[in-house]
Design a protein around this ligand. Sequence first.
Ligand SMILES: *[C@@H]1O[C@H](CO)[C@@H](O)[C@H](O)[C@H]1NC(C)=O
Ligand SMILES: *[C@@H]1O[C@H](CO)[C@@H](O)[C@H](O)[C@H]1NC(C)=O
Length: 983
Amino acid sequence: MSETTPFLFLVLSLLTAAVSSGSGELDILLALPQTIQSSATPNPFSSWIPAASPCNFVGIKCDQNGSVTELDLSRQWLVGTVNFTLVCALPSLEKLALGFNSLGGNVLADLDRCSKLRYLDLGNNRFSGSFPEIPSLVELQYLYLNKSGLSGAFPWGSLRSMPNLVALSVGDNRFEPSPFPLEVLDLLDLNWLYMTNCSIQGKIPPGIGRLTKLINLELSVNNISGEIPNEIGNLMNLWQLELYRNNLTGRFPPGMRNLIKLEKFDASRNNLQGDLSELSNLTNLVTLQLFVNNLSGGIPPEFGNFQKLVNLSLYTNQLTGPLPEMLGSWAEFNYIDVSENFLTGRIPPNMCNRGKMKELLVLQNNLSGEIPATYTNCSTLTRFRVSNNSLTGVVPPGLWGLPNVNIIDLEMNKFEGGVTSDIQNAKALGQLFLANNKFSGDLPEEISKAESLVAIHVSNNGFTGRLPQSIGELKKLSSLHVENNMFSGLIPESLGSCDSISDVNMANNSLSGEIPASLGSLPVLNSLNLSDNLISGSIPSSLSLLRLSLLDLSNNRLTGQIPESLSIQAYNGSFAGNPGLCSYTISSFRQCSYHPGMSKDIHMLIVCFSLLAVLLCLCLGFCFYINKREKKRGRSLKEDLWDVKSFRVLSFTEDEILESIKPENLIGRGASGNVYRVVLANGKELAVKHIWNTDCNNQKKARATTPILGTCEKRSREFEAEVETLSSIRHVNVVKLYCSITSDDSSLLVYEYLPNGSLWDRLHTSRKVELDWETRYDIAVGAAKGLEYLHHGCEKPVLHRDVKSSNILLDEFMKPRIADFGLAKILQVNGGKDSTHIIAGTHGYIAPEYGYTYKVNEKSDVYSFGVVLMELVTGKRPIEAEFGDYKDIVSWVSGKLKTRESVLSMVDLRIPEAFKDDAIKVLRVAILCTATLPNLRPAMRSVVHMLEEAEPCKIVGIIIEEDENVKSKAIQPVDAAKVKPES
Ligand SMILES: *[C@@H]1O[C@H](CO)[C@@H](O)[C@H](O)[C@H]1NC(C)=O
Ligand SMILES: *[C@@H]1O[C@H](CO)[C@@H](O)[C@H](O)[C@H]1NC(C)=O
């Protein structure tokens, strides 16, 4: 007995342990869904029920003893937080996979208790905070933390206790900047290393050569400098090498040639020099991307024999010599972009041999010869761009009709011949660029069957014949440039049905006949140039309905009267060189002769003007009198009769407000009145704007610039209408108007008080504060939403007309509100094409169209908002002495878009490095908003959308492209599960 007792005891205790651990595991698992929800169908947790064995739960695997070894809930649409204390209480857990979900919260230090783990995947989630030290996870082989929302310093030291690590994926996290972690160099079994976009700086250490089992090495989008070390040549198993967007310099090191298993190589956007000879025997390359470097020399002829090559992108380098004749002819070649080099010779003819090619981009080289006829059968082509070369000959028919092509760009070459009628098959063609060649013949009528066309640019050629008369079928056409050709005949009447057209240039042809009156009904036409033709007849008065920033009808044979509405300063010179034209108002033209119908109109006009002038004088006199009376009377607000209109439930009385209108409460002087801060008895703060004689004052101010005259009475009614509309606005990003209190000679507008003042103050004045990027971004989005609401959310669109940073106020949480509607204008839905005639705004924020035409619309607000975005990104005022010749921030910014460095240099120094790319995304939106042509500016609705897309952290690794036409590259988030190491 004495011998068996301990044995029995042991068996018994083992049994109890097994039983308790079994039920313990069930409890642990059942507790997990309390903090995690899944919206997957079927819901994995529906199988997690107390009656079942945990080993039958979806996502769970057990060992022979019934103990849980695997918890795999990746891609199960999970939200919520994981209790790692619970999870790590599973004693046999070897695999924990929670990748591709939306889990949040912190990854707790308790993770270190999962000491049996071999596989840990928390990647592609939204955790926060830093990653804990995990030195106990000594068995770990696979560690996936990429794009998991982590920040702070990564515990590289923990890697020392994981000698068996095979895959390490920590990229796409905002870790604190650090040099390449030397701990990684001791992980000799590593075959998968993903460290893209995780703030690595300094050099690639030569010790990288020890990791000879690596098949994937990704270090893109970091701040790595120096040369690629020679030792990289030891990594003979490499299948993929990604060094995209760093600051690498020097040549490809000798040894690169050893990487013969390499299939994917990307070292684009660095400062690499030298030639490509070191790559000439990497015969297994599938994808080679080296764009935007300083590479020179020729393209190795061996590239022409690469049997697997399908993607080749070498644009923006200094490469010379020819492209190999057989390039891309072996595999299912996909795209080539060798634009912006100094290449010579011919376009390789066989890149579409396998019928899969999508993009042929060889812009801006010195290529010669003809377009190979082989491409006429390449039905997969979407982009064919060969502009700015020395190509010759006739474009092979068939190219015009490629069914999937969306851009054909042949500009600036020496092409001859014509466009053939098979262009009617080009159903996807959006842009046809043929300018500056020697094309001839006519533009076939069938072009109007290419229904996707947005732009037709065929200027500076030798085209003849009539313009296609059915061009009105092109409902998407936005830009038509046929200038400097020899077109003759009539301007197509059907052009008036091209509802999307904004830009028409037919200058310097031999067009004759009259200007179709239908052009006046084009809703978005902005620029019309018909100069230097043989056009006759009179100018249709319908043209005055357009909002044109450019109108040029000069040097034609037009006759008759210039419509009065077009006789404005902005169109000075638009009618020159038409000896048959006459005018009543422009002195440089012949005076129009007597016309019975006209004379009546003029009489009416004179009478109207006189009446208006008399009324104006009366009004001014009245104002003058009132002002004087006011000065004498001093502050005697309470003596007047006040009319209170409230728009919200009020917790204050009229008297409370009136008593507070005194100098000591003055907090600002605005364009339309003084602003007072009022503290009510209950402690609530209000802002009260006091406007004396609103109507007349406004009129005096506006008189210098506006052509519109009116009476005080009329203005007053307008003012009330505006106040009423604005009072109905309820939006979290628009300042609240509580009530208006009006008397005969002044008005009080009672607004909510915003304690943090204006964005202008916070950015530019002595009351400047540190605005971090997230705050600035939130201000940008909030203000955009407020403005979007004004433009699109109200019953009638409201035009603010004075958007600027001093009119964006900040509440206690620094959330923005649009304020100061002193100049706001409610657009009359049917009144004159949704535009307004009054020049308003603030220097530095005023859209250029104010200079061309009195007609402006909501796109002018968009411009001003773009200026505000630029202030947020650059920290500069709209007008600064340092802009020098550029004069204002918009032209200063556009002058600095040449290189990535100069773009980055514009970003406010107070914005940390890690957020500069985000800031540049917002800057890009600002640039779109400040386009010169109003039509090219996005509506506020899309501005909001674009800004939301630019949310910090949201798009990791998408880089601003200097040239949108050049192949852009976005980093694909690595799908850790997709490519498994060979192991
Ligand atoms: C996690 O689970 C443990 C064990 O059940 C519990 O003590 C702890 O409070 C939980 N933590 C959280 C944050 O709920
Ligand atoms: C890139 O490296 C060069 C030379 O080492 C250096 O002059 C330059 O400032 C670096 N650029 C960036 C953006 O770090």
